[in-house]
Design a protein around this ligand. Structure first.
Ligand code: C5P
Length: 402
């Protein structure tokens, strides 16, 4: 699977630089074309000769070094690479990329890259915990870079804590995952709904729910990175839309219904992660409702079930629903996946810590109409998004709709 892939390894100046040698050697052994770039401080830890011998290619170190083989090495390597892996990634390179600085060969190559980039941070625990580093890592995640999360363990400085480079075998698995998913959704259109709906009571008030939109935005980002054309129909959320997607903002369930029905005939799959309000106020007051001595009784009427309607209309499209439950997760999920004619339902118990609204992680169970139930471990929402897309692709392949 790695044979012929062009992988550029960027080595920065941390003690874990020696572990990059194992990775380069193994990637070359799996017949990838491996090129190594080193920052100035990386050369203080490992000799470029080590990487040159292991990769079988000259090591690039400078932006302007005369005599190296390509006249503009950062542009050439950025364009040729299928993947860039920064290993180890120091707080410095993470900060530079998060801040848009490109002042040496490696940072400039990352700036020019259009392929996936995997950062493998490794540093002292206090550096790792520093809010500036955490903010920069969050920025990289948001910008769509991949991260190999550092592990807890004994650090080179003699302390214990998070900041250890994951074992190279784990990084190698992540590289395989990224490359096997790259472009596997190209040619497909994915419709994603995200966030809450708002159901107005009067010109200044509405009924809504706790959905943050993070799960749907993660699905949109993951699908777009894998080459799909993505239409994101989003309720009001405070999130930056992923680059390169078509965003259609909506407010109410009925607006979401109209947009989704209009787009449905043109799409290959729908991932409905929005938390659609089941009811809306029967009347919307034209003027702000005034307070008086009495209690106020609101009459609510039912919203259309968008997903149920899609299930009724669907042809070749694959439908994925979400279900936030507060008990009897499997039982409820199974009856929903069948009732709504879905291909997959992603159920989660929102009462568990680390699952559900607002969290960056989720604990989901995949439920299929044939009764197959796959509980997944706790994972970040982007990883869950990729897992869901993997499942849908497997279903498509099984049905020969490619
Ligand atoms: O039945 P329940 O609301 O739990 O189902 C949740 C799933 O149905 C979600 O995927 C949600 O986006 C979708 N849904 C919908 N229209 C509604 C209510 C829920 O599409 N009115």
């Amino acid at each position: 699977m790695l044979a012929g892939k062009v992988i550029t390894i960027g080595v920065t100046g941390g003690i874990a630089a020696y572990k990059a040698a194992w990775l380069v050697s193994n990637l070359a052994g799996l017949e990838a074309e491996v090129h190594v770039m080193m920052t100035r401080s990386a050369k203080a830890f490992v000799s470029p000769l080590t990487f040159q011998v292991l990769s079988g290619h000259p090591v690039r170190t400078g932006l302007f070094t005369a005599g190296e083989d390509a006249p503009i090495p950062h542009v050439e390597m950025a364009a040729r690479s299928d993947l860039l892996v920064i290993v180890p990634a120091t707080a410095n390179i993470i900060g530079k990329v998060a801040g848009g600085i490109a002042d040496d060969l490696l940072s400039t190559t990352i700036m020019a890259a259009t392929c996936p980039v995997l950062f493998c941070p490794a540093m002292n625990v206090n550096m790792y915990r520093n809010p500036v580093v955490q903010r920069n890592l969050a920025m990289l995640r948001e910008l769509g870079y991949h991260l190999a999360e550092p592990e807890v363990g004994r650090l080179a400085c003699g302390t214990e804590g998070r900041g250890r480079l994951p074992e190279p075998e784990i990084i190698l698995e992540q590289i395989k995952d990224i490359l096997s998913r790259a472009g596997d959704l190209s040619g497909m259109t994915v419709l994603v709904t995200a966030g809450p709906t708002r159901e107005p009571l009067d010109p200044v008030r509405y009924i809504t729910n706790r959905s943050s939109g993070k799960m749907g935005y993660a699905v949109a980002r993951a699908a777009s990175r894998r080459g799909a054309r993505v239409i994101l129909v989003s309720g009001a959320v405070g999130l930056e839309p992923p680059p390169g997607i078509k965003l259609i903002p909506v407010e109410t369930a009925r607006q979401m219904f109209d947009v989704v029905m209009e787009q449905f005939p043109t799409v290959d799959m729908v991932v409905k992660s929005a938390a659609v309000a089941d009811y809306r106020p029967k009347e919307m007051a034209v003027q702000k409702i005034k307070k008086n001595e009495n209690n106020l009784i609101l009459e609510l009427e039912k919203n259309p079930d968008i997903l149920f309607e899609l299930g009724r209309r669907k042809g070749r499209q694959l439908l994925v629903g979400f279900a936030a439950e507060t008990g009897d997760v499997e039982e409820n999920a199974l009856s929903k996946v069948r009732h709504k004619n879905l291909d997959l339902l992603v159920a989660n118990d929102v009462t568990l810590p680390g699952a559900g609204f607002g969290a960056d992680t989720n604990i989901a169970t995949l439920v299929y109409p044939d009764g197959t139930v796959i509980p997944l471990p706790k994972m970040d929402k982007l990883s869950l998004a990729h897992r869901i897309l993997d499942e849908v692709l497997t279903l498509r392949r099984a049905r020969n709709i490619l």
